[in-house]
Write a new protein. Structure first.
Length: 317
């Protein structure tokens, strides 16, 4: 049966897929808000129809970014809070779950930033990769504490998300040196902390983040520069507790090789993985709103938050 999907859902799905909406927390917030819009606008006449409609909307959102685990975690939160015997009760429960989720999400990043700021010292130089609002929250709180910081920002190809980070840091008055990705090793000797975010964290403490993170982490470890990962618990991947492998998204070839350039070069195979996996041995600390953890112990937090993972996803039932 076909269900009418609210434009807020289709617009959010398109913007997430096109990376107009980016950053795990922002993606999760947009997805939850879109489900709330779907619930409010629903004209379903029966509880079963309402539930099916919500699951259909959630599936459309879920299919946009398979690696951004914050997205399915947001959908899980909202759909598992969907309760009631009537359409009115179900709608109210969804709206309440969305409001609660967004409120906790907003507080989580602030709490994480306060914890992460404690790892940064006055006068430190950080190196960043990609753009992470969680990582920047640590910087913001360190600045609020009166610490002076400077930053070496990798531009992060192919989409140059580092430019967003550089702009934000300059707005805060942080001195920024922007470098090409391949120059990272050269500048690690001038770096006190590598500070990155995460799109997902596996049960063994592996960090799934923008492609290039793992190479940076290996070089940083060899140089003795500590690597701090700032990640809300929303980014923990509960499926990995049962052996699920995190899917690495392959993005459009044209981000690397536009059609006009392909015609000049000739017939070549282009691969554009969006993320890579950094093993836990290269990470010094994972900072969350629940505290900071060595990567090997993150599974304890994951079990506390999600319990044992059994049964299908709520949007598949």
């Amino acid at each position: 049966m076909e269900y009418e999907i609210h434009p807020a859902v289709t617009d959010a799905a398109d913007d997430i897929a096109d990376m107009e909406i980016r950053g795990a927390a922002t993606i999760a917030d947009a997805a939850a808000a879109a489900l709330g819009e779907q619930a409010v606008a629903s004209t379903a006449e029966t509880p079963a129809a309402f539930q099916a409609e919500m699951r259909t909307a959630a599936r459309e959102l879920h299919e946009t970014r398979p690696t951004a685990v914050s997205l399915p975690n947001a959908l899980r939160y909202v759909l598992r809070g969907m309760e009631g015997d009537t359409v009115s009760e179900l709608r109210a429960s969804v709206v309440a779950s969305v409001d609660e989720f967004r409120r906790e999400l907003d507080q989580a990043q602030d709490n994480l930033g306060q914890i992460g700021a404690n790892r940064l010292r006055d006068g430190d130089t950080i190196m960043t990769h990609c753009h992470s609002t969680d990582a920047l929250s640590c910087v913001r709180h360190a600045l609020d504490d009166g610490k002076e910081l400077s930053a070496i920002v990798k531009e992060t190809r192919p989409r140059k998300q580092g430019h967003i980070t550089a702009r934000q840091l300059r707005e805060w008055g942080v001195p920024v040196t922007l470098i090409v990705d391949n120059a990272a090793r050269r500048y690690l000797d001038d770096t006190d902390h590598v500070l990155v975010g995460a799109d997902a964290i596996a049960a063994d403490g592996s960090v799934i983040n923008k492609i290039g993170t793992s190479g940076l982490a290996v070089n940083a470890r060899e140089r003795g520069v500590p690597i701090m990962v700032a990640a809300q618990t929303l980014k923990l991947h509960p499926g990995t507790m049962t052996g699920h492998t995190v899917e690495i998204e392959m993005r459009d070839e044209e981000e690397i090789l536009p059609d006009d350039k392909r015609a000049e070069i000739g017939d070549v195979t282009v691969e554009n993985p969006a993320f890579d996996v950094t093993p836990p041995r290269y990470v010094d600390a994972i900072v969350t709103e629940r505290g900071q953890f060595p990567p090997e112990s993150i599974v304890t937090l994951m079990r506390e938050l999600f319990g044992d993972q059994h049964g299908g996803e709520p949007w598949e039932r």
